[in-house]
Design a protein around this ligand. Sequence first.
Ligand code: ADP
Ligand code: MG
Ligand code: ZN
Length: 476
Amino acid sequence: MEYEAVIGLEIHVELQTDSKIFCGCSTAFGAEPNTNCCPGCLGLPGTLPLLNRRAVEYGVLAALALNCQVQEKSIFARKNYFYPDLPKAYQISQDDYPLARGGYLEIDLPEGSRRINLQRAHLEEEAGKLVHAGDSIMSAAYSLVDYNRAGVPLLEIVTEPEITSGREARLFLEELRRLLRYTGVSDVKMEEGSLRCDANLSLRPAGSSELGTRTEVKNLNSFRAVEQALNYEAERQARILAGGGEVIQATCHWDDSCKATVVMRMKEGAADYRYFPEPDLPPLLLERSYIEALKEKLPELPRQKRQRLRERYGLDDEEAAIIADTREMADFFECAAESYQDHRNLANWVQGDLIYQLREAGKEIEQISPALLVELLEMLDRGEINRPVAKELLEEMVKSGASPRRLVKKRGLGKISGTEELAPLVEQVITENPEAAENYRRGKKKALAFLVGKVMALTRGRADPQELNRLFKEKL
Ligand code: ADP
Ligand code: MG
Ligand code: ZN
């Protein structure tokens, strides 16, 4: 039988507030273990939660960017379970009354765009972090716990089960990350766990409308891991079904070194968590006007920006996608495009050499002045410098922030076209390459290119080739 994959994602996003969601402790990443904690973070009796206004604002902003219906009333609930990283033995989350419902994110696929619908987005608190001795949770002799992360605000975003492949899940997450970065509510650093994903997958007979039994892979923290884990699960489930077996609903862990999923536990149902309304927090009531005001604060989002870059500057899909990857890059491009008219050429330099040099220098694009790139491209267009020199200058410009024009003056990198400078070089090359010179005299046109090339090499490409042609012809 032919099967098709059905995938739903639960994405956890750490909101980048300065303090935690229910106390005043710092959310700074990478602090000494257990130094950003108070009795509340540690779940000591007698402490009470106090909601962080900024966490709500960020949650609402993200939900609006995702086209969700933000709820005027949402309710915090206790999700009860025991685990050493959760000292209260419950997590304050939201259950039947989430912050936002519905919504969607549109993604671009090779075959066209697709809308992935969302079920909900809700606020909750992070748990602490277990640090396992050795690399693996399975083989660790002991584990240590760090409560610094406990209470960092999270937005959980849940999709409908309608993603169809590991590849599509990855594209969805990449676009989601881009969108969240645009809104500024999270630093979305997957390597620091600010964005991570649980992936649910089931198979069903192709064309069927019923859902099969799913497995859930927990805490995937790279795009690659999401794609690989889902592909692996799809194959594993297909083998089970092909063998006449049944998929058992379970929670798995992705082992990145073995490239395999490992079943951690049988899946618990919602009833196991004994959700009940958090008695220490009142319902969260938001006024329409508050929500509308936040909507006004949303920046232009990636999809609209890509479209505008295509229409306004004539960029193609790929160029627009790269330039609009971050707001900072798009701002840089648009600022430069105001004074530089060849927009395609500009886009080419930004997406190619500039991004490369930024990476090499470990710099961010907002540290570079767009005017300097324009200065460089104008010198190149006017023939004052050649391409290899332009690339050299770009490297230097990114590293030191120096003006390319000044660098050319200081280092004498401009084009050499004066006869006084070129004539001696022409003489020298003729003396050093008598056969080529003789060949040219006897009518072999190719020999001229060879001789010109020699002077080019001596000047590292800075000599004016037209002037050289003229000089050689005159001499020979
Ligand atoms: P939880 O995993 O916390 O119990 P849900 O049951 O609401 O929460 O589902 C979480 C995610 O699993 C959602 O993204 C949903 O789309 C997805 N999902 C639910 N059922 C299936 C299924 N049969 N196959 C694939 N994904 C599913
Ligand atoms: Mg789940
Ligand atoms: Zn605290």
